[in-house]
Design a protein around this ligand. Sequence first.
Ligand SMILES: [Zn+2]
Length: 308
Amino acid sequence: MRQWNKCAVIRHVWDLLVMKESLWATWITKNKLKKLSFWGITKPLDTSWNWRNLIKLRQSIKDCFSYKLGKGNCSFWFDPWLCGKAICDEYPVISLEDVDIPKIACMMRKMMKFLESSVNLGSSQSILLGITSELNILRCLGGKLFGGSGCIPKHSFIAWLAIKKSLKTRDKLKRWGCIDNENCVFCNNAPESVEHLFFECPELNAVIKAVMEACLINRDWISWRREWSWYGKKTNGKTMLAKIIRLAFMSSIYNVWRGRNCIIFEKEKITGTVIKSWIRNDILLKMFSRRNNSEMFLKLYQNWIRLV
Ligand SMILES: [Zn+2]
């Protein structure tokens, strides 16, 4: 009898998950789940006996379902899309508040492809942080960071290549047997990788700090991935400040790469100060073309003028 009941419950859940066109499934999706996953909603107290029991049985029937990623109606946190496991079950110690992915975030096949090409999807806990940062970056890729108004296309392109780790950095060139020395051309003290150039290199730290200060950001640099993820969130707006941060961020990536290329191919001596002045010119030029009398504009403009 109990087994039979379980089958009946699984059938109901199935209708719900595949969004079957039944009155019950439609009503539950609209009124009980709203935008959340069936596997992730909290246990309701003031609801019918039937629905409470259905929710109670979730863990025991979860294994009966397997997910194949599709166009995006799969919950990032709660649906078992990662080798049959849900992220929240696989990594129970991770708090949703600690990472940047919202509770209602969805997972899609194209995101998985991107992750597979850029993150080693092993089973360690640190991978999750990698995944969530990647997803934020992914949001940026499809969103405002790269395509917002006022962006300079060549900057966007280089920043996009950097985030995709498609720039031909010296560590890669050495691995491919093209060069012998993989050291960074600015500090000559560590292999040149995307992480190192943007922006772990001690020679460029002062540049980034100055740029951040000019954008009214007072924050310690943690790691390039966390920072990019953070920038993705900060620049997701239409305010003057968000636009300037977006421009400064991409101009920094572009000009570091430009400086590195000048050193290698033109044999010029490019220091952090030179790169800082390039970034300053880019931002001031953009600001001048969009000048206004707002308090924020004047404050930012003065900051950038003072940046030397
Ligand atoms: Zn360096």
